[in-house]
Design a protein around this ligand. Structure first.
Ligand code: UD1
Length: 307
């Protein structure tokens, strides 16, 4: 079995690649290394790695024809709400157009895939009051990032139904863990917090810290993705989360306790396009026999101690 992982040198992608190799898959990675690194891939010698951009349509078309993967995991993305507000055209090209083009090539060459998995985001739910977010909750995407993710989900599912392709979408909540790159101001908050604590740098808190998120450790995410593959789930959207709501203040407090250090915190205004409260219902995932192995304190401790 051959799997193509776009964004496979990135944070979540590289953990998925490790798992696929360990499960006996032949793995092909496409990554432009904008946030990822080949050193993230544990078994890099066993993996075919293309340093290329998913927006290079001709390249992607040729890749499909040459490699003919059985499974496609689309994880390449510019994964930041704030970045999408700064650079909506660039993020749209990656987060929407690249996925659409790949689907279209699959349809045209009638590639007999076993699963096409698109990674969407909790951001699609936006700021509507109902919590926890179920997959059938109303959506209200408010940032270019969230709009792209939602529109792409619709295409992925419609292509699945219309052209009989086994497609599935997952909505990641706030994933954290080793290999999340802290280098950009748009990086995930836990990678930035870790960097600030390790290097005694001040942390900028956007807003008053009462905003909430559902933080999920990357190993749990890989387990969930694998269950979705094993159960051959198709034509559905599935939340991937821990199912627990934690405020930013709460997680900062817990992380300081684990690290045994105090952070210097600078207050700044809330960022535009932000969601105030986010927590998932993970009932659908639970029906696939998913159980979290990494409650927040355990996951944060492991993250702090290193891989
Ligand atoms: C995150 C993910 C996004 C995912 C979404 C799903 C990242 C970079 N973004 O977006 O891909 O689809 O969850 O829920 O992983 N914050 C600070 N200081 C900082 C950085 C962030 O206060 O230096 C705050 C933010 O303003 C926000 C919270 O921390 O309120 C979380 O921010 P962030 O990690 O960027 O994640 P989301 O915007 O929730």
């Amino acid at each position: 079995m051959k799997a193509l992982v776009t964004g496979g040198a990135g944070f979540i992608g590289s953990h998925l690649v490790d798992h696929l190799v360990e499960s006996g898959f032949e793995v092909v990675v496409v990554d432009n290394l904008s946030m990822g690194a080949i050193s993230n891939i544990k078994y890099w010698e066993q993996v075919t790695i293309y340093v290329a951009d998913v927006c290079d349509d001709q390249f992607m078309q040729q890749l499909l024809a040459d490699e003919r993967p059985d499974y496609i995991y689309f994880l390449a993305a510019i994964a930041s709400v704030a970045d999408s507000i700064e650079r909506p055209a660039e993020t749209h090209a990656v987060n929407h157009t690249a996925v659409f083009n790949l689907l279209e090539h699959i349809r045209q060459i009638r590639l007999p895939i076993k699963q096409f998995l698109f990674t969407s985001s909790a951001a699609v739910y936006g700021n509507l009051p109902e919590l926890p977010k179920r997959e059938d909750s109303r959506v209200a995407p408010v940032s270019p990032y969230a709009i792209d993710k939602y529109a792409t989900e619709r295409f992925v599912l419609a292509y699945g139904e219309l052209y009989d392709l086994p497609t599935v979408c997952v909505r990641f909540f706030n994933v954290y863990g080793p290999r999340q790159n802290p280098s950009s101001p748009y990086s995930g908050v836990l990678s930035i917090l870790t960097d600030c604590l390790k290097n005694q740098r001040p942390f900028t808190l956007f807003g008053d810290g009462t905003q909430t998120r559902d933080f999920v450790y990357v190993s749990d995410v890989i387990k969930a993705l694998w269950l979705i593959t094993e159960h051959r789930v198709q034509h559905q959207v599935i939340n991937i989360a821990n199912g627990l709501e934690t405020s930013l203040n709460g997680i900062i407090q817990m992380y300081q306790e684990i690290a045994g250090q105090q952070l210097e915190i600078k207050q700044a205004e809330q960022r535009g396009g932000e969601v105030d409260h986010s927590v998932a219902s993970i009932g659908k995932l639970a029906r696939l026999n998913y159980k979290s192995e990494w409650p927040l304190r355990r996951g944060l401790t492991k993250y702090w101690e290193g891989e």
